[in-house]
Design a protein around this ligand. Structure first.
Ligand code: LLP
Length: 454
């Protein structure tokens, strides 16, 4: 599952005591494990080896350059959804010719930036994952203006229910993503011969996280049928990007092993692979969720009515998932002692001397919580460190500065060493873009007269 484990009653990240990291880097901080990142990446590549996919790590899940570099060294490409993420890929040393670029709202400036930096260039593996007719026309127009030719995949919406939170279900017809299957053939008929935007792939991403394999089977079946229909229409598909969405272990052994996903997808994909279709995967969570923890300090505890509150130095500002999606994250003191070491990460680890407590942050909202009525050691008190597990994905990437909280530090552990891969923000960085107002040079105009009130 990951390289965070209790030894002699104390939590280690690989071979480094988490307590030592917190003492040096401070809290709140995210701690990532290189070994876990590498292990998850390798497992994924191994599980899908029969179709030899290009694994484009989904930057949005955890965009830290330190994390991107670990995966880039392994051979990963990147899945980006904004100019900022393309810039991160480049900054981590990943050529944009190895990146896929999705997103329903690409701006002209972002498209131009992507093309100028080689995204979608002929001979590369990268593609624009195009989400609508208007966007296609815009990509083609900008490519023509730059005298470039780019590779484009059409993001299709296969109308499959991934059975996950409605906010992160993306493959149903009524979501804003992609083009439905009926429109897909018309899309190719209209745009399939464009000389500057060469429509040669299909892309889909049906949701996240998906804990059963059936939605993938259904989506792959529909995609394969579309490939055949398009072939009959005279359009050859060279690449299929199946997106991401594989699960992670928020509780011990919650997610199916990657082999189960591969067993569902590969038999349907292999005939296409054998015909020369290149497969792409865009995993985020399954690689990085378990590779990261969030370490907090307990500032105070208090009792109100029947409730005991554990008040930490960060809450929804560092990890939004519990309050935004109602997500479960296992959490436990960093140094609970041997007798209080949990055997499994679960809602109630069934240890003595525990009680239900609300784990909350310092922000001025009742929604600022990390866990409600969570079974935790009754002894938790001021000065303790708390580890929130499976926080690597959509933790720091969704963190905010709400209540003017500087963003947390990020630390990458490799064996017995650790490095700060993002410095904690300071009060100065909080206000640096506001210190000097800049006058807007507005065009001169006469203020319109007020209309007489009737
Ligand atoms: N590809 C596309 C086009 C995506 O939109 C996403 C995630 C991924 C790949 C990666 O999905 P993953 O393998 O990480 O499941 N904030 C939510 C998750 C939102 C996912 C958005 N798209 C959460 O905290 O659960």
């Amino acid at each position: 599952m990951d390289s965070f484990s209790f030894r002699n009653g104390e939590l280690f990240a690989e071979n480094v005591p988490v307590r030592d990291i917190a003492a040096r880097a401070g809290t709140p901080c995210f701690v990532y494990s290189r070994a876990t990142l590498e292990d998850h990446y390798d497992r994924l590549v191994h599980a899908f080896r029969a179709i030899d996919p290009l694994v484009c790590y989904s930057i949005k899940s955890c965009p830290n350059l330190g994390v991107l570099r670990v995966l880039a060294e392994r051979g990963a490409g990147m899945d980006a959804v904004s100019g900022g993420e393309l810039f991160r890929a480049k900054s981590a040393g990943v050529p944009l010719s190895k990146c896929v670029y999705a997103g329903v709202g690409k701006t002209d400036a972002e498209i131009r930036y992507a093309i100028e930096n080689g995204l979608g260039a002929a001979g590369g593996l990268g593609l624009f994952n195009c989400e609508s007719e208007e966007e296609f026309e815009n990509i083609a127009r900008i490519a023509r203006g730059l005298n470039a030719t780019v590779r484009v995949a059409l993001r299709i919406n296969p109308d499959v229910d991934p059975k996950t939170h409605r906010y992160t279900s993306t493959g149903k017809k009524e979501t804003k993503f992609g083009v439905d299957l009926e429109r897909a053939r018309r899309f190719f008929a209209t745009y399939g011969r464009d000389p500057h935007a060469r429509l040669e792939g299909l892309h889909l991403h049906i949701g996240s996280p998906i804990y059963t394999v059936d939605p993938y089977r259904e989506a792959m079946t529909k995609t394969a049928a579309l490939v055949d229909e398009l072939a009959r229409d005279g359009f050859e598909i060279h690449s299929i990007d199946l997106g991401g969405g594989f699960g992670a272990d928020y509780e011990s052994a919650q997610s199916p092993p990657l082999k189960d996903y591969a067993d569902a997808i590969v038999p349907l994909a292999k005939p296409l692979y054998d015909r020369g279709v290149r497969f792409i995967l865009e995993p985020g969570r399954t690689i990085v969720a378990n590779a990261g923890i969030l370490v907090l300090s307990v500032l105070y505890t208090k009792t109100s009515g029947d409730k005991r509150f554990v008040i930490c130095d960060a809450g929804m500002n560092a990890l939004l998932r519990p309050s935004h999606y109602g997500s479960f994250h296992f959490m436990w003191p960093v140094a609970p002692g041997v007798d209080m070491t949990p055997a499994r990460r679960t809602l109630d680890p069934k240890l003595p001397d525990t009680m239900a407590q609300d784990v909350v942050g310092p922000l001025c909202e009742t929604g600022d919580f990390l866990a409600l009525d969570r079974v935790l050691p009754a002894s938790i008190g001021r000065g303790d460190l708390l580890a929130v597990f499976t926080a690597g994905a959509y933790g720091m990437s969704m963190a905010s500065r709400y209540n003017s909280s500087p963003l947390p530090a990020e630390v990458l552990v490799s064996g017995t060493s650790a490095e700060i891969v993002r410095r904690r923000e300071t009060f100065d960085t909080l206000v640096e873009h506001e210190l000097k107002p800049i006058a807007l040079e507005l065009p001169a105009h006469e203020a319109p007269k007020l209309e007489a009130a009737r």
